[in-house]
Design a binder for this molecule. Sequence first.
Ligand code: DMJ
Length: 499
Amino acid sequence: MHDVSNPTNSPRRALRGQRLAGAVVMALTLVAGTACSQKPAAETAAPAATGTPAPAPAAKAASADVPVVDEAEAARLAEQVKAETRHAWQGYMQFAKGHDDLKPISGQPRDWYEKSLLMSPVDALDTLILLGLDKEATEARELIATQLSFDHDMYVQNFEITIRLLGGLISGYQLSGDERLLKLAEDLGKRLLPVFESKTGLPYTHVNLRTGKVRGTVSNPAETGTLLIEFGALSKLTGNPIYYDKAKRALTETFNRRSRIGLVGLNINVETGEWTNPTSHIAGGIDSYYEYLFKCWKLFGDADCKRMWDESIGPINQYLADEVREGEFWYGYADMNTGKRTQTTYGALDAFMPGLLAFGGDLERAKRLQESGLKMWRLHGIEPEAIDYAKMEVTSPGYPLRPEIVESAYYLHHYTGDARYRGMGKEFFEDFVRHTRTEHGFAALKDVRSKEKNDSMESFLFAETFKYYYLLFAPKTALDFDAVVFNTEAHPIRKTWKD
Ligand code: DMJ
């Protein structure tokens, strides 16, 4: 959940200064867009620093145009994304091989639980394959196939393990044909099944991988409703329907508890089915529940999912969508029962929504919302976790290397063919490299205003952030968009089964 803290500076005043500087930056960027296109990746990198703020060029004004990206520039950027992905992977292999994550400043490993579950290699595998980083992909696959075990006496979070590991193993299997990955996925799926044994069918949040004991009765729609792509694909690939049925019931039971006006809340007790927090939004804790309603229709052709999506998107647009200032479009918070606005908050996680709107056929809202995301990014030259969009002030200042805004640029570029989205991508990517690159990898930011780094590199950097940057810049042949559905961790699942 968002960590809400007060900004220490005045974004309004900063913005006035940025407008002038932004015009200069825009002019330079427009020229640089093509002229400097041969700059090697290393030149754009921030110095290897521990918490030392990177020299930050003046942030762009919200109204400044995006860089021009033609085909040649897009190809150069795709190569640069590959080089930076290799840099992060090499850091992981040198300092954290066999562990979940790399700490990119100290060069130390980090594990989520008592034993490593190889989060980074599993999340990275399909990205390494798609980017054509063959040596690195083989390293990841062998590490997984020879070292990954789920037979551990420890509690894990069902949602994270499903989207990162189950999703990563299934897409890795589909892209490589390596049966060992499917066996691991099936073993994991079996060990996760006890979460569904509540009276309501809504899953407990945690399960012990060895004993099958469960815990965690207060959950949220993202955790109860973001399971069907992975569990459903596992059923289709193994011929065992139990995974599909359990995850679909969890999704449906969540939908069935929507309010009279069609919204869901933030927290729900999985034993009683009662909401314990009536806050409604599209941010973390709810976001991917909506994503899976639509995507499960696309992947499985499940008409119930389409009906649930159709009945949800109207209330989202009626009660959560917000228009401010001159034609700005955002989604904020409201009470699930009354629809009354409770907060004007939008953030890095909400930024998946333009992509979902585009996928769902609503290009107009998608385009407008992405422009708001760009404005949020430009407040400090990289996006914060959350802002108050009514005041354009940061309310949660971290940047954990999230992908959502890039994901949306990729969907919008796919559906519109408009080079503007590659231009946004170039701006995001160059800011991302400038502010987060370290000697060993890429570091989250503690605060987008100071650009102070945090010694953390989440595995979704590999699974999502690099993948969406690459796919945005690479030719369409890099991945047949229409043949796959991405799970919420950007693992592309291909429908290889008959209905
Ligand atoms: C990822 O783990 C998934 O995208 C999830 O749905 C929420 N966000 C993180 C990355 O930001």
